[in-house]
Write a protein that binds this ligand. Structure first.
Ligand SMILES: NC(=O)c1ccc[n+]([C@@H]2O[C@H](COP(=O)([O-])OP(=O)(O)OC[C@H]3O[C@@H](n4cnc5c(N)ncnc54)[C@H](OP(=O)(O)O)[C@@H]3O)[C@@H](O)[C@H]2O)c1
Length: 336
């Protein structure tokens, strides 16, 4: 089977290669084998490839990136009762999704209804589940009472899900993006919310006016100087909820603010979703399925590339102004 792999961590453009690997074999008890047709290339996947340098993979085998995608069940192992060969499924978390086949724990596999297309199926788990985790963190920071808040990188795929949730629940959200064009596009998409570009010199004043009071929470995927400034502008006792580092830089915590004004910081990571209570995970997956059925427009595709064209896909993930997620595809009809 074909797979995109890397032997070392580093710049994805330099370390990734296309490999022919042996077939994945038969699924064990509680597992299924899946022929993967579509998988996302998330910004987080690129971070996982970059890593901290050094070797990738283990036991002399290269590492295959990717944790989510969609495809068709090829075979089911012993004890798997609710999945059948030929069934369309989405999966997360399953390491090695940038390959044509994966072996997945049945607990990480979700049947896909006919009305959800393959691209939406491939996108319907990670970002909505992240959004659910962010909304729970928001609720904890608010102690149950919504107050004005800000999100950065609001035009991202996750940011658009948050914006849609804010519209749905009437949350007082101000969106921040980094370009005037991005602000225009997001305002058109979410007219009930204020969207401000940080490329405008007066953005801090405009943000304060739109919020009406200091922000209670900053939901941040950018880090660096932007998040550091927003942290300093929080209301006393306010929270910075950090879930990404798109700027490539970390937030600086000013001890005077954090201690004297009792500011709080916390991280949210989809990597910890698998540790949540099983009932909460079931609710999150049900939410993701319902969102994919009701709002396929929230699962935008920036561009699709065959696995072999991974280099262009990687470039597209970092292209300023792209809207939606980049997909890596494999032929839909193929021998197992
Ligand atoms: N913690 C978690 O578990 C988790 C899970 C999922 C995603 N994430 C994170 O969430 C973020 C968004 O992911 P996504 O898949 O939704 O992204 P995406 O759809 O690929 O969109 C990326 C967005 O980030 C903006 N952006 C890129 N660099 C920026 C910078 N330096 N300053 C400000 N904005 C910048 C882009 O703005 P332009 O339109 O101006 O180019 C674009 O709107 C990423 O940081 C990702 O790692 C975290």
């Amino acid at each position: 089977m074909r797979a995109v792999v890397h032997d070392h961590h580093g710049d994805p453009r330099q370390v990734l290669r296309l490999a022919q690997l042996p077939p994945v074999g038969a699924p064990g008890p509680g597992e299924v084998s899946i022929r993967v047709t579509v998988r996302p290339a998330h910004p987080g996947d690129l971070l996982g490839i970059t890593g901290g340098g050094g070797p990738a993979g283990s036991a002399g085998k290269p590492r295959i990136p990717g944790f989510d995608g969609a495809g068709v069940v090829v075979a089911v192992g012993r004890d798997v009762v609710d999945l059948q060969p030929g069934q369309r499924v989405a999966f997360f978390p399953v390491p090695g999704a940038w390959a044509e086949h994966v072996i997945a724990s049945a607990s990480a596999v979700v049947p896909v209804p006919d009305e959800i297309d393959d691209s939406t199926a491939a996108l319907m788990l990670v970002n909505p589940l992240t959004m659910q985790m962010l909304l729970r963190a928001l609720d904890e920071a608010w102690a149950g009472t919504p107050r004005p808040f800000v999100q950065t990188a609001a035009g991202s795929s996750v940011g658009r899900l948050i914006a849609a949730a804010a519209e749905r629940h009437d949350f007082p959200l101000v969106n921040l993006v980094r370009s005037a064009a991005g602000a225009g596009a997001l305002t058109e998409r979410f007219p009930s919310l204020t969207t401000i570009s940080t490329s405008e010199p007066d953005w801090p004043a405009r943000m304060r006016d739109a919020l009406g009071e200091p922000a209670s929470v900053v939901l941040d995927a950018v880090g660096g100087a932007l998040a550091t400034n927003l942290l300093a502008g929080l209301a006393d006792g306010g929270s910075l909820i950090s879930y990404g580092r798109l700027s490539g830089s970390s937030v600086s915590l000013g001890a005077t603010d954090v201690v004297g004004r009792e500011l709080r910081t916390r991280g949210v990571s989809i990597g910890r979703w698998g540790r949540l209570d099983a009932e909460l995970r079931r609710e999150d997956v049900a939410f993701a399925l319902a969102t994919a059925q009701a709002r396929p427009d929230l699962f935008g595709v920036a561009a699709s590339y065959d696995l072999a064209d991974f280099a262009n896909a990687v470039d597209e993930v970092g292209r300023p102004g792209k809207v939606g997620t980049v997909l890596l595809t494999s032929p839909t009809e193929q021998p197992a």
